[in-house]
Unconditional design. Structure first.
Length: 319
């Protein structure tokens, strides 16, 4: 039995359909910025676009391409993370979209999911990880995930990650002072002939004014042996010598990191060269959603409601 199993949810979710595309992957880490950013991109770039003139509840189900299962990812299940907010439900069955009937009562969020749609966001697939990796299994999971990515013939991997601000020796850091850095690993051969890894600069990020992560801000052996995200997956992708993998890391404090996630999502779409639609970047949307918006017009998924209570908290408490 394969360590990483994949179960397509609909037509267009077969492995062959991923050839040549870009996969956006979150690294489960400090403040969950990567996961939050991926949620925002799935909601805004896929679900909202599919819902244009359709039922949002139908679009939320149609965005999922398939589910992954790995023995070292802790299982979790919950309601549809992208279900409609407010009164718009589309009925019990959720309506019909693109000729496919969707029953929103049977749409569940799982530990590992692939989302995307070639019509809504061409060339990009999003992996959302909601289950944590079992202790001591980070390297195995990263290696198996890289093998799966390679087997699907994805052309590029972009990792959305986060690191504690204390890693850069700035104890006065606050959420409002979050900085973004990039990281890229390259497989090399050491003097004794053994395989090794080293950091290198990705000019595509520096062109967007995102500097490389400072070597003295991470452990000396981070790229070689660190087990905390995003290092295991960066190593695993570099080891294939085929995958073009790069990482955007938010250096932040932990608290309400929704604004950090919105900033990360905006940087990622610039890196991916994904065109934003005019009403996505404004303060309002023509789509029938009662969802609140973050900076740059990112739609907040329904699964975020109540995460920090029903009233806005004073941001000074996170300083």
């Amino acid at each position: 039995m394969l360590a990483m199993e994949y179960f397509p949810s609909r037509a267009g979710g077969d492995r062959a359909a991923f050839e040549g595309k870009t996969l956006v992957v979150p690294a489960v880490g400090h403040g969950n910025v990567g996961q939050l950013a991926v949620d925002l991109m799935i909601q805004t770039l896929v679900v909202d676009r599919l819902a244009h003139g359709q039922s949002v509840s139908a679009a939320s189900g149609a965005s999922r391409l398939g589910c992954l299962d790995h023995p070292n990812v802790l299982p979790c299940v919950g309601p549809d993370a992208f279900a409609p907010i407010g009164g718009e439900t589309g009925g019990e069955t959720g309506g019909e979209i693109c000729g496919e009937r969707r029953d929103r009562r049977t749409t569940l969020a799982t530990a590992l999911e692939l989302h995307g749609d070639e019509r809504a966001c061409p060339g990009v697939v999003f992996l959302q990880q909601r289950g944590d990796v079992a202790p001591g299994a980070a390297s195995r999971f990263a290696n198996d995930l890289a093998s799966f990515i390679e087997s699907c013939a994805f052309e590029r991997v972009v990792i959305a990650a986060s690191l504690p601000s204390t890693a850069q020796g700035a104890s006065s850091e606050t959420i409002g002072d979050t900085r973004f850095r990039h990281a890229r690993a390259r497989a090399a051969v050491s003097a004794d002939g053994a395989g090794s890894f080293e950091l290198e600069t990705d000019d595509r990020w520096t062109a967007l004014d995102v500097p490389p992560i400072e070597p003295d801000s991470v452990p000396a052996d981070a790229v070689e042996r660190a087990l905390l995200p995003p290092w295991p997956l960066l190593r695993a992708c570099a080891a294939t010598r085929k995958l073009d993998a790069s990482c955007l890391a938010a250096v932040c404090s932990e608290g309400d990191n929704s604004d950090d996630a919105a900033r990360a999502a905006s940087m990622l779409v610039r890196f991916l060269k994904v065109e934003r639609e005019p009403d996505e970047e404004g303060s309002t949307s023509s789509r029938a959603r009662a969802a609140p918006k973050l900076r740059d017009g990112w739609s907040v998924p329904s699964s975020w409601l109540g995460a920090y209570g029903r009233r806005a908290a004073a941001r000074a408490m996170f300083a």
